[in-house]
Design a protein around this ligand. Structure first.
Ligand SMILES: [Zn+2]
Length: 205
């Protein structure tokens, strides 16, 4: 993890000073990781199943990114169980890759709502990517912003590339579950996440 971070940070830094040289872009492929799948449904709430929402969202993000000429891989394309090791390996197949893991949240306290983006502790590039994505979420539709923060999550630990995990909303919250269950809302989520990814790709200044 540390080695991957150092290489990536160097690429980002040289990108700042070298201007619009495509060869210095910090990544050329986005690996989308739809959380859960198969025997692992993830969170449940108000008739929604997390594994289905994450797969739908990943395909929406993929469509937008491919339309912008960016190469995309998914860690799963169907309702199947894929372990963390296999998921992280997909992001290790090429060197200039970022991984974006997609999740929806649930909590016993049904009043809790909002989005948050998590990165591996100490990963500067992960922190940067998380900050860009989180600042886009809720830009078009007001959503509670729970911020971005480091978290020791398995998928982030195993992935030898810049990686973040986005919690796109609480399906245990009645109001937010209605949004998350709607295609129009997931499309907006997809577009906002793409904006965050693109800001990371081409840092301002
Ligand atoms: Zn999840």
């Amino acid at each position: 993890m540390r080695l991957a971070f150092l290489i990536n940070a160097a690429v980002v830094l040289s990108g700042f000073t070298a201007g619009p040289l495509n060869a210095l872009e910090p990544f050329n492929k986005v690996v989308l990781d739809p959380g859960h799948g198969g025997k692992d449904p993830g969170s449940l709430g108000f008739g929604l199943v997390e594994k289905n929402l994450t797969l739908d969202l990943a395909k929406r993000i993929e469509k937008i990114l491919v339309g912008k000429g960016i190469s995309v891989d998914l860690t799963r394309r169907t309702d199947e169980y894929v372990d963390f090791e296999t998921r992280s390996k997909v992001a290790s197949l090429s060197s200039k890759t970022i991984l974006v893991s997609l999740h929806f949240n649930a909590h016993a306290d049904r009043s809790i709502s909002g989005t948050e983006t998590l990165y591996w502790p100490g990963s500067e590039s992960g922190r940067e990517l998380a900050s860009y994505i989180q600042s886009e979420l809720g830009r078009r539709l007001v959503t509670r912003n729970r911020g971005f923060r480091p978290e020791r999550l398995k998928i982030l630990e195993l992935t030898q590339a810049t990686s973040v995990l986005i919690e796109c909303g609480f399906i245990s919250n009645r109001w937010e579950s209605q949004r998350c269950g709607s295609e129009w809302f997931r499309q907006i989520l997809a577009e906002e996440i793409v904006q965050g990814i693109l800001r990371y790709r081409t840092p301002a200044g």
